[in-house]
Design a protein around this ligand. Structure first.
Ligand code: TXA
Ligand code: MG
Length: 309
């Protein structure tokens, strides 16, 4: 594995790697992704192997241009066009009918495919230079925290990777909103910083949040996920001896002060949990943010990270 600055030269090197069927870690605005040629089944199989991800959990296909949506989907919904126009490039993934170019391995056998155009110059540059759609799950081992810095990558996963493109810290910090447009009404399978009211406003229709049953369509979203190695619990207030995330002044170096703003909190969340993981505590705690719509994506990640399987 080579950690490279995203120079023009290194981008073409990484693009060549993708075209040869190799794996590259690329920065996006949300989290780092483990990228490969989405049209190459062997490369896709290696991504599943590197992540130790169950084959029933589909990958997101990344594109560099809205027009590329027609290459990966057999029947681009009108709603997808409107949403792409408004939110791409950006942290919104759209589930649409799968096109023949995308092997079933990518979509875990489904006839739908999740697509997004990331708002990151390095990701866009890589996808464009590769001239193929790029499948990229978050670059973490299955069930673990997503990386928001190259230093968060697990060596067991890096062993499968030829190149890591260093984009520094991911600005958004949590994974994209996943919206299924193949069911009516459009359904959010995974909350993210593009909120249900943003989507509703753009579409002018109802948008619902998936309940347990619907989310079976999106296997990665119905069990423990995004979890630190250290057991995490949610509390009202950290005690002076607790290690974890607090909204107040930390009482020890084992506590990390978190911003009271949901977007800033999301941007900091995984790196804070990675830091706590490295402190070797027996357990950690997080103060529960307000039960408010604007905190939904953060509450979702905290609930998953603290869920005991
Ligand atoms: O922000 C992100 O979306 C990051 C960056 C790298 O782009 N990627 C990411 O990928 O989070 P991943 O593989 O960790 O999560 C993909 C999610 C999973 O919850 C999966 O179940 C869902 O998208 N998904 C993928 N294809 C789907 C499909 N055809 N139907 C329903 N859900 C799908
Ligand atoms: Mg993931």
């Amino acid at each position: 594995m080579r950690l490279l600055e995203p120079t023009r030269e290194n981008l073409s090197l990484a693009a060549e790697t993708i075209r040869r069927g190799g794996l590259v870690v690329m920065p996006t605005e949300t989290v780092y992704g483990l990228a490969c040629d989405a049209t190459n089944p062997e490369a896709v199989a290696r991504v599943f192997e590197a992540k130790r991800r169950p084959a029933d959990n589909p990958l997101i296909v990344h594109i560099a241009d809205v027009a590329q949506l027609a290459d990966v989907s057999s029947d681009v919904p009108t709603q997808a066009e409107a949403l792409a126009e408004r939110f791409w490039p950006g942290p919104l993934t759209l589930v649409v009918p799968r096109g023949d170019r995308i092997p079933r391995l990518v979509t875990a056998g489904l006839d739908t495919v999740a697509v997004r155009m990331p708002a990151h110059p390095v990701a866009l540059g890589l996808i464009e230079a590769s001239s193929v759609p790029v499948a990229a799950p978050s670059a973490n081992l299955y069930g673990r925290l997503s990386p928001t810095l190259p230093g968060h990558l697990d060596p067991d996963l890096s062993a499968f990777v030829e190149i890591v493109l260093d984009g520094g810290r991911c600005e958004v910090g949590i994974e994209s909103t996943v919206l299924d447009l193949t069911i009516d009404p459009p359904t959010i399978l995974r909350p993210g910083v593009v909120s249900s009211s943003d989507l509703r406003e753009c579409l002018g229709t109802e948008v619902v949040l998936s309940s347990g049953h619907a989310s079976r369509k999106s296997p990665g979203t119905h069990h423990r996920h995004y979890a630190p190695r250290t057991p995490l619990r949610l509390v009202d207030r950290l005690g002076p001896d607790d290690a974890g995330l607090t909204f107040s002044t930390p009482s020890s170096p084992r506590q990390i002060r978190m911003p009271m703003d949901p977007a800033l909190y999301a941007a900091r969340l995984y790196s804070a949990l990675h830091e706590l993981d490295r402190m070797g505590e027996a357990s950690i705690a997080a103060e529960t943010p307000p039960e408010d719509e604007v905190w939904r994506p953060v509450l979702d990640r905290l609930a998953r990270a603290s869920h005991r399987a």
